[in-house]
Design a protein around this ligand. Structure first.
Ligand code: Z5A
Length: 217
């Protein structure tokens, strides 16, 4: 963590993020966590990047539609950063202020992994942009669902702009996700995404339980 961006953690609410490669089960686990917490009486906001705001929906269409064709790496990175800034401003920040549990399917680590390690933009410069866009707000917990890219990609039929990248690209992405988790173990939970869905759900809940009680916040 740099001196300029030491990380900011919300003093209200709980901010949880799911990260990982394609088909790792992020959407599945985000929904299951939301359902379980709501059943326990928590107010939960389930959201995602890119595309959770009207501006974000436009960004999502541009960055993921194969019809967009070639984009400069910096253009792509800035579009994702714009989606994040709007997401933080309009969705995540207000929900945390209302003391809700925010569960997001992807966040800053996706930029560091896909645009940084994947596209090979300068990591430090890119991190500056992504942290600036989000006011350096970090999740209290990021759950990394780790999966061999060849397995994740076979969980899908259609391919968008990024899913269509080479296996080497996806291997670099996976390695970067794992590196980010390794340098900050207090804020990460790394799980084998090949495990049964219910087993992953239990592991996430076990790690979150003390955070929900506020003990480790
Ligand atoms: N991107 C970026 O480059 N930079 C950024 O800053 C951000 C994003 C924020 C978003 O795509 C793309 O944007 C993404 C990175 C890039 N790259 N691509 N491509 P998206 O939102 O369309 O999709 P995604 O985020 O990659 O998620 P996904 O591909 O939809 O997969 P998932 O949410 O991780 O998995 P799932 O939908 O929950 O499950 C996939 C299938 O596997 C489904 O049939 C499940 O039933 C099954 N599944 C789930 N769990 C299991 C287990 N445990 N075992 C077996 N099968 C399972």
């Amino acid at each position: 963590m740099s001196e300029r961006f030491p990380g900011v953690y919300a003093s209200r609410g709980l901010f949880v993020c799911f990260e990982g490669g394609e088909g790792a089960g992020k959407s599945t686990q985000s929904r299951l966590l939301r359902d379980r917490l709501e059943a326990a009486g928590r107010v939960v906001l389930l959201t995602r990047e890119p595309g959770a705001t009207p501006v974000g929906a436009e960004v999502r269409r541009i960055v993921l539609d194969p019809a967009t064709g070639e984009l400069a790496d910096r253009t792509e990175a800035l579009l994702y950063a714009a989606d994040k800034a709007e997401h933080l401003h309009a969705v995540v920040g207000p929900a945390l202020e209302r003391d809700e549990v925010v569960v997001t399917d992807r966040y800053v680590d996706s930029t560091l992994a896909y645009q940084g390690a994947g596209r090979s933009l300068d990591g430090a410069e890119l991190e500056w942009v992504a942290r600036w866009a989000t006011g350096d707000l970090r999740p209290h917990l990021t759950v990394l669902l780790d999966l061999e890219p060849s397995q994740g990609l076979t969980r899908f039929e259609g391919r968008d702009r990024i899913e269509g990248e080479s296996i080497e690209f996806h291997l670099r992405v996976r390695a970067e996700f794992l590196r980010l988790a390794a340098v900050d173990p207090d804020h990460y939970l790394v799980l084998d995404a090949r495990a049964p869905v219910a087993e992953i759900t239990e592991a996430v809940h076990a790690r979150l339980a003390p955070l929900l009680e506020g003990a480790l916040r």
